[in-house]
Design a protein around this ligand. Structure first.
Ligand SMILES: NC(=O)c1ccc[n+]([C@@H]2O[C@H](COP(=O)([O-])OP(=O)(O)OC[C@H]3O[C@@H](n4cnc5c(N)ncnc54)[C@H](OP(=O)(O)O)[C@@H]3O)[C@@H](O)[C@H]2O)c1
Length: 467
């Protein structure tokens, strides 16, 4: 075992952690530049072929960075894009970043350590880091911001050099160690395990900005909010933010099993798009309008009105419907395009009905802290459904790639087993174990899906423990 991992597991004090000699290499999930053409002409770009797990060199630390011993991370859809080398290989982002010079040049390597979530312990701090110390338990926000850019002071996401960590940068979170800027850090929720904490920042932070933030749809009490893919990574958090803010979530899913889980999560209206016959991407705008009418009718039958807000990250397959069904004056908020980024919609429905489309991306650091506060209050809970060990990260990613997952899929990095990292068990008990894990054991494989994910469970008798 890595000496640092051993020290952390033995509860070493910060001073002792500083004395542990760092390894020259660490184990990381990574892509290799020589593989970027491996899927040419293939329909199934199986990420198990491109995602490798093995040793990579330990990078140098810049003055404004910290080295985090990553206890857990999670799979995000951007890692699926990276591992398919689509729409472009992410190595081109690394080159562009490196061209800005200085420490950025480190990022342009023939390999990329991917992963945009992480929870762990700070084991080294750069000379310019003021607010964080070795030994701090943190989660890492994926918003990689240059705080010397003027625009970043209006909103961290607005700086032209803002990047998605572990996607547009190297040294990401699906690894034993990760390099993060101090401006990416948020204290880890003390009542959550490493793997629960590691599934929050990218998806919950993004859903928070899309729905709650004044920069997003700014949802108000009573709003009806349609959420596509409501049992997915972003969706299961979006449902919770809508409920918590006094809105009425309308969740769309593709199977009866997912519909059941969404009901368990407290989603007021659940629509199975397969049952409604709107699961195929409409071939024409006229077909999209017909599907939109079916969906609109189903929403009105259950919620009584058209939606005020539509949360759409599915893209090409759903966007024309989203623009059609959102109410007059309503908002379609988007942060992605899983089914394709070339959206077509009938603009007449937009302008004549004074609808708006809002583009949203991750969350700035202040939004991440506000979002995390809701977890610490127990108002929003993690949506982990399965946990894999780091050596099986490719299977975890395949599970998400084939859409056979529910909520978030976690990955244990340095943590040897699930259930570790809780430092406030009383808060955990107060919020309640069942409430904290609404999706655990809810997901199962279908048909030719990959093998069932390992249901890693805590081994200690009390279930959860800190280091
Ligand atoms: N910009 C950002 O900051 C940001 C942050 C996070 C994620 N994203 C993007 O947002 C998207 C979703 O991320 P995620 O983590 O939630 O992924 P996810 O866990 O895979 O969930 C996506 C959901 O979309 C639904 N879906 C897929 N294809 C569909 C189709 N053709 N029609 C309708 N629904 C479909 C699926 O639900 P059903 O099959 O049950 O309907 C699935 O559960 C990805 O493209 C990701 O890259 C962007």
């Amino acid at each position: 075992m890595d000496r640092m991992a051993e020290a952390l597991l033995n509860g070493a004090a910060p001073g002792q952690l500083r004395d542990v000699v760092l390894p020259g290499e660490y184990v990381a999930a990574h892509l290799r530049a020589e593989d970027v053409d491996m899927f040419a002409g293939m329909d199934d770009k199986d990420v198990r072929k491109s995602l490798r797990v093995g040793p990579v060199p330990m990078p140098e630390l810049a003055p404004d960075e910290v080295l985090v011993a990553v206890m857990a991370s999670s799979i995000n859809y951007n890692t699926i894009w990276s591992a398919m080398f689509e729409p472009i290989p992410t190595f081109s982002f690394l080159k562009r970043f490196a061209a800005t010079g200085g420490f950025a040049a480190r990022h342009d390597l023939p390999y990329q350590v991917v992963g945009s979530d992480g929870a762990g312990v700070i084991v080294r701090v750069g000379s310019g880091v003021r607010r964080w110390r070795v030994g701090d338990h943190v989660v890492i926000s994926p918003a990689y911001v240059d705080d010397q850019e003027p625009a970043a002071h209006a909103d961290g996401m607005l700086g032209p050099q803002q990047r998605a960590w572990g996607f547009e940068t190297n040294f990401g979170g699906l690894a034993e160690y990760a390099v993060a800027r101090a401006s990416q850090l948020v204290p880890k929720p003390p009542h959550l395990t490493w793997e629960e904490s590691a599934c929050i920042t990218l998806c919950a932070g993004t859903a928070y900005r899309m729905l709650v933030s004044s920069r997003g749809a700014c949802m108000k009490q009573g709003d009806i909010v349609l959420i596509w893919g409501a049992a997915g990574g972003l969706g299961a958090f979006a449902v919770q933010f809508v409920k918590n803010g006094g809105g009425i979530p309308v969740g769309v899913v593709s199977s009866a099993a997912k519909a059941k889980i969404l009901q368990q999560l407290g989603c007021d209206v659940v629509i199975n798009r397969s049952e409604l016959g709107i699961d195929a991407a409409p071939a024409t705008l006229a077909q999209a309008v017909e599907s939109g009418k079916l969906l609109g009718k189903a929403i009105r039958a259950s919620a009584g009105e058209d939606p005020h807000i539509v949360v759409d990250y599915v893209g090409q397959a759903t966007f024309a419907m989203s623009v059609f069904i959102v109410r007059r004056g309503g908002v379609v908020v988007t942060c992605g395009s899983s089914s394709g980024y070339q959206h077509q919609y009938d603009n007449r429905y937009l302008w004549m009905n004074l609808k708006r489309i809002i583009g949203s991306h991750v969350a700035n650091l202040a939004e991440q802290w506000e979002c995390m506060r809701l977890f610490n209050l127990g108002q929003i809970v993690p949506t982990l459904s399965a946990v894999y060990p780091l050596p099986e990260v490719a299977s975890a990613a395949r599970h998400v790639q084939t859409n056979s997952h529910i909520g978030k899929v976690g990955v244990l990095c340095m943590a040897p087993e699930p259930g570790m990292g809780v430092t406030d068990p009383r808060l955990r008990a107060r919020i309640g174990e069942d409430r904290l894990n609404p999706l655990r054991d809810g997901a199962g494989p279908r048909g030719d899906d990959p093998p069932h994910p390992p249901r890693l469970r805590p081994r200690t008798s009390e279930g959860y423990r800190s280091w």
